[in-house]
Design a protein around this ligand. Sequence first.
Ligand code: CU
Length: 639
Amino acid sequence: MTAPSGTVSGSHPLDSLSGDEIRRAADALRASGQLDGHARIIHVVLDEPDKESVKAYRPGTPVDRQARVLAVPGASLDLLEAVVSVTTGEVRSVRTIEGMRPALTFGESLDAILKLPKHPEWQAALRRRGIEDPARVQIDPWPAGSFGLDLEDGRRISRCIAYLRESPTDNGYARPIEGLIAFFDGGAGEVIEVQDYGEVPLPPERGSYLPADVGAMRDDLRPLDIVQPDGPSFVVERNLVRWQRWSFRVGFDPYEGLILHTIGYEDAGRVRPILHRASISEMVVPYGDPGQMHGWKNAFDAGEWGLGRMANSLSLGCDCLGVIHYFDVVLANEQGEPYTIANAICMHEEDYGILWKHHDMHGDTNEVRRSRRLVVSFIATVGNYDYGFYWYFYLDGNIQLEIKLTGIVSTMAIEPGTTPTFANVIAPGLAAPHHQHLFNARLDFDVDGTTNTVCQVEAERVPTGSENPLGNAFRQKVTVLATESDAQRETNAASSRHWRIVNPERLNRLGSPIGYKLVPTMSTPTLLAQPEASVAQRASFAQHNLWVTPYAQDERHAAGEYPNQHAGGDGLPRWTAANRPIAERDVVVWYSFGVTHFVRPEDWPVMPVEYTGFLVSPFGFFDRNPALDVPPPHTEHCE
Ligand code: CU
């Protein structure tokens, strides 16, 4: 968020870094002599204060704000991480992280895109395919994965794949240059190897989705305007949002994108905490085609690219409709200079049908209330795909995350007339490999306090007998998840399985611990790759839908801090190996969810939105329906 520059004493500890603070942090690190001229800065982010400091903060108290600066000193694999006080300019700590790679850098990726067209083997491979002009070729550097190859060793590499574009606005993914991969060493700035697995004819169609190419447009869609003559019902102070009974702080991270801090609901004059912090901690897109050209593809779009770094500037009336509040975000470039993504986060209210209703035929009353939700969203474009992340807050205490998957599918050229086993044909000579989009949400629950217990709840059928003479009975089975290994769970739609996070220290008027439940709203897969596969080692978080850990400030990313080219085992599997107790303490819930994508012809040439997500819903948190006080709609038709 753009904070007024130089404000320190007025800052909240969770305010995002201002441009000034970013510059101050990078300058302080440079002045300390820790970075030489070859160093690239990977990120400058807020060093988020611990939970106790956030809770202890009172407005007006001076805050010592710290930034974390990550840099690559040069071509080697060591990373340097410094914590700098942006309040005093003091470098508080510096550590070297050995043998780790940062997320792919823009500078190194651009270097690959500029150098590869000049490489003689690359040019020769293009000529074998009838492509004389390398400038017409779109190059997509991909995270290379970790496969124990000699050429991965000790280097920051990307695998570059290519597409033909007859004109600059062509849809490159319509014409994949099959069989051709180049390995690029980002640190050394050189092409290491060009691999050619043989030519496949270029698919014939252009696959354009631009208005000029799709023919006549529909002419019978009349305007649909959202009008709020008195303005929206939310209030924004810097990064603090209040809407209805809700309050939270908006944050942003280069990898996770949107972060929601200190989500609470005001009830009888007291803000009751629900989530201390919520974000997407990681995601992975593993491909299911075993071939040389596609089998290595498993991009970690958060940790290897950065959902926040790929955030779009959103436009009114296009990306978002209604009375919008935008938040700008400020990130650091590779020189440690701030840059702004204007309108990166969109916030507005939406009508959402009915909230509750009853038509009482005996008393002849008809009470109905409109549901309304507050939407906080951003959209990240990661190469071919576009992901919209939408957090919804509802009047009845529900919170929902919905992810909208759109953009262009990753494609492969096929011999005309063949039917691939691990891909679906989507256009003549063009197929899309089967793949998954698997996300992990890190949900630091503080349900009315930090003493929380997570239970698994599901329906249990009862055998017909003396307890169940009619055979109709089923009961609610509640299982306390006592340790980290207990809490590694999968969804089960048939038993309505979900998880309830309760606070045993706070009882509702019925004497039950208050709680919130985490509900899989759509069927969701786990990782389909074999357990020994490289991607399974690296994306272990996706082997279970649910994980629960005791709160630890430095456990933030489900696949570890540095997943790029990492061999695996970091993050959730490493932390939970200790099998720590998780009942009746401060817990973090990690929910892995997503879709398995068997691509349809209708997903081409651009994919209509597909949805995934989850719901967080009160369960005995309130004593009754908390939305009884929502007034009837202001319209005479409802009388
Ligand atoms: Cu997909």
